[in-house]
Ligand binder design. Structure first.
Ligand code: HMG
Ligand code: MG
Length: 303
């Protein structure tokens, strides 16, 4: 395929975006093994957990224990979500390699997810980003509801671009434009990217798709054709956001790799290694993983 990046950076978000939404209690040791398997599969960035309020997201309450238990591979960045200065202190104590802050393009989702308006959250994140960068920690910025909000419906691309630019101005190295509820279609992808690239260079934009309506992969293709070269994905297609009603799993890392491998786009990540990680965590979840590639492999007994 012409005019698409030859190499793609995958950001593995399964242990965080995936496991934050699981109903079953996942033992910390299983989370640790999951992260280690994902790093063994060749990932260079693994989002391990979130230093958020355990009252809001109990699934991530063991973030420090997970970080303490993983075997850190050289060349792998182990990251975590941080909502405020209290989270930054916990993250620093756990020796994270970088942090991610998370704002929203729509007011209602911002209130529901982090109990702050967009303006309030950017003030909080300014303090977090300044403190993190002063200590040499890189900061990534998520922007939720870029393609639609579960409470407000459509979100104008100009609004997305405005908040994305404010997030970037805080000093994040990358803004992950996120489809929180998996509502995007491939016509929207270049529209949003074109609006955002008027304010942020393309090289600093990543895409984060959930697969609620089965459009995540085709949205990646649209993103590739717009020149984006960083995509988030979650092993097995685990995922969702506890504060976004109807948000299903993230784009599955296996499904993304199947397509990128087929297109001859390099990632450095081994599909078989991700399948091993997914196969090990699946029995603990109490439900089948949504990844089509994982399910096809089971059905055909192929790998
Ligand atoms: P709040 O209730 O407004 O703030 O929560 P608070 O300061 O009053 O804190 C409440 C309690 O939590 C207090 O404890 C704090 O000490 C404690 P109490 O005094 O009642 O005993 N607390 C903390 N404890 C540990 N670590 C902390 C921390 N902060 C406060 N960091 C807050 C505000 C932002 C903290 C809360 O709303 C929160 O943690 N929200 C996170 C929600 C979340 O994690 N959502 C999912 C991740 S985002 C996502 O999935 C989207 C994404 O994937 C992209 C996409 O798909 O769109 C990234
Ligand atoms: Mg997400």
């Amino acid at each position: 395929m012409k005019d698409v990046p030859r190499r793609v950076q995958i950001v593995e978000v399964g242990p965080r975006d995936g496991l934050q939404n699981e109903a079953a209690r996942i033992p910390t040791a299983d989370k640790i093994a999951f992260v280690d398997r994902l790093a063994d599969a060749g990932h260079s960035i693994v989002e391990v957990s979130a230093f958020v309020s355990p009252k809001w997201v109990p699934q991530m309450a063991d973030a420090a224990e997970v970080f303490a238990g993983i075997t850190r591979k050289p060349g792998v960045r182990y990251t975590a979500l941080v909502p405020n200065l209290a989270g930054l202190t916990r993250a620093r104590d756990a020796r994270v390699d970088e942090i991610a802050i998370f704002a929203a393009a729509s007011e209602t989702f911002s209130q529901r997810n982090i109990n702050q308006s967009i303006d309030e959250s950017l003030a909080t994140y300014r303090a977090v980003t300044d403190a993190a960068r002063a200590e040499g920690l890189r900061v990534r910025g998520y922007l939720s509801t870029c393609f639609g909000c579960p409470f407000e419906g459509a979100v104008a691309p100009a609004k997305v671009a405005g908040v994305a630019a404010r997030l970037f101005d805080l000093g994040v190295y990358e803004v992950a434009l996120s489809d929180t509820i998996g509502i995007a279609h491939p016509g929207q992808v270049p529209e949003v990217i074109n609006a955002v690239t008027e304010r942020i260079p393309l090289a600093h934009i990543a895409l984060h798709f959930h697969d609620t309506r089965g459009t995540a992969l085709v949205n990646v293709l649209a993103g590739l054709q717009s020149g984006v070269a960083t995509f988030d994905a979650s092993a097995g297609g685990l995922g969702g956001c506890p504060y976004a009603p109807g948000a299903a799993g993230n784009l599955a890392t296996e499904d993304l790799l199947y397509m990128l491998d087929g297109l001859g786009i390099e990632t450095g990540v081994r599909l078989e290694g991700i399948m091993d990680a997914s196969r090990a965590i699946e029995p603990i979840l109490g439900h089948p993983l949504p990844s089509r590639v994982v399910q096809a492999a089971k059905a055909t007994k192929t790998k």
